[in-house]
Structure formats: C-alpha cells, structure tokens
Design a protein. Structure first.
Ligand code: ZN
Length: 273
C-alpha cells in the first residue's frame, strides 16, 4: 500500500497570536505542539523560531532549545528552516544546521518578491554554498519551490553537484509573489521534476484542501500546519496543528493509503539516521 507522509509546519515566521491565539511561538509551545502532531500521525516537523516579541528569527539558541525538547520526546524527523528571517545573514541561515544536524532542512531554490513587501534573497552563490554545507553535515535539502523557475535552478545545482539525487521537493503554492495554489499549477510543477524525486505539496489559504487532495491523488506527500493556514475551515480558526494533522491522516486512510511513520519517512526520503 502506498505510504503518505505528513509534514507539520506548526508556526512559520508568521502568523501571531492576533491571527490565531493557538499558534505556538516559544520553544516549549512549539515542542508540545509537535509532540501532539507526532501522536496524530505527522512524520516530519518543519520548524521556524520566533524571538521574544513573536517575530521570525534564526536565533540558534531557540532552535537548540526546541530541538532538544523534541528529540527527548519522540522520533519525528526534524526539518529546520534556513529562511526564518528575511534580514538574517547567510551565515546565520546555515550555522544551526552545522550544530544541530537535522535530518532535513529547507532549500529555497531562488529569490522572489515576498508577499509584495520585501525581498526573499537566495542568490546563486548562497545556494551553492548551502547545498555543500548540507551535504557535509548529512542534512537532506527539502527543495522549496514557489514557481517553475526554481525547479530549473534546482536541476542546475544537481548538475553542478551542490545537490544530490534523488531530490526531495516541497511545492509551496499560494504565497503572494509565487505561484497560485491551483490543481493545474501543481500538476504542471510536478511534471518538471526528475522521475526519481520525492515530493510534497501545500496550499496556502483557500487552496489548502484542493492542493492536499490533488497531492494525495498524484502520489505526493502532504504538508499542513499554521505556517500555511490559520483557518481549519472557512471562518473557523484552527484549534491546534494536530487538528490539521488528524484530518490529513483520516483523508489518507480514506484514500486507501497508509500514514507513514517517521521510520518509514526516513526510508522514503533516504535519510541517513
Ligand atoms: Zn517554512
């Protein structure tokens, strides 16, 4: 039977308690939330950190504190962001990987205008360096794709050796400045990646369920969580990240698939642990 893995992205660099009072912000809150999501069927946790004011930060101490609590509680695969603060230096975006050696980390395969408000910079030299730092530290890149050009960037770094096959992609659809969260866009983007790749997808906002259901039908994996959606349904704020994970696990089973455990996720993604 096919195994589908659920990634939970519990917090992101946004939203705040104002948008949804249930979003976890501190290391303790994030770790507790991840533990609940693991119990509900999440195999991977994609983590961002917040500073004491609740803003996105690449502060290594926050990552360390959160990772230590989670590792003491469960075997969920950790995926740390490298893009948690638009103003972070390139060094700060990589140093937590060197210290904490997560099994996965995000690799944003190009630059873009972020949410019509700022620049999300991933210059060529940075991406090449990031790919090598990940290889040296046993971290598998999760290649985040916001538009088609980013797939071709990834293929370029594969050819240059900064990325190694098989690649793992995360299609992030519906972010302002990137590609809209439509079924057609997901089908098109998936057609561009190498056949031996693994992939997952998410839709931000109203595209959340259509993208999830399409990914499930196409044999992809699924990401959910408050980094991408604060609403569980129209007009209904999510009570917790585990609520999203539980619904996804139900849908996976209804579709005659199985929810992948963290150990199965490690096999599917070829992780080194
Ligand atoms: Zn993220």
């Amino acid at each position: 039977m096919s195994k589908t893995l659920i990634t939970v992205a519990p917090t992101g660099a946004w939203p705040g308690k104002k948008e949804n009072p249930n979003v976890p912000l501190t290391p303790k809150e994030i770790a507790a939330d991840v533990y609940d999501c693991w119990k509900a069927g999440a195999a991977v946790a994609h983590l961002h950190m917040r500073d004491d004011e609740g803003k996105g930060t690449m502060n290594k101490n926050k990552f360390r504190e959160t990772v230590e609590i989670i590792r003491g509680q469960c075997d969920i695969v950790l995926n740390l962001t490298t893009s948690g603060d638009l103003n972070a230096t390139e060094e700060t975006r990589m140093e937590h990987l060197i210290e904490l050696k997560p099994e996965l980390a995000s690799f944003d395969a190009g630059s873009m205008n972020w949410m019509h408000s700022g620049l999300f910079l991933n210059p060529p030299q940075f991406l090449e360096k990031l790919g090598h730092v990940m290889q040296e530290n046993g971290v598998k890149p999760e290649i985040e794709i916001f538009d088609a050009g980013m797939v071709y960037n990834a293929l370029y770094y594969l050819k240059k050796g900064a990325l190694k096959a098989p690649l793992h992609f995360q299609f992030v659809l519906g972010a302002a400045g990137g590609t809209a969260a439509t079924v057609e866009n997901l089908v098109y983007l998936k057609s561009l990646i190498p056949q031996d790749s693994t992939w997952s997808a998410l839709g931000i906002g109203a595209g959340h369920l259509p993208i999830m259901l399409t990914a499930l039908g196409m044999g992809g994996h699924i990401r959910v969580g408050m980094e991408d959606n604060v609403y569980y349904a129209k007009g209904q704020l999510a009570k917790s990240n585990a609520e999203f994970v539980s619904r996804t696990a139900r849908l996976i089973k209804e579709a005659n698939h199985e929810v992948a455990t963290p150990e199965e996720a490690r096999k599917i993604l070829g992780l080194k642990k």
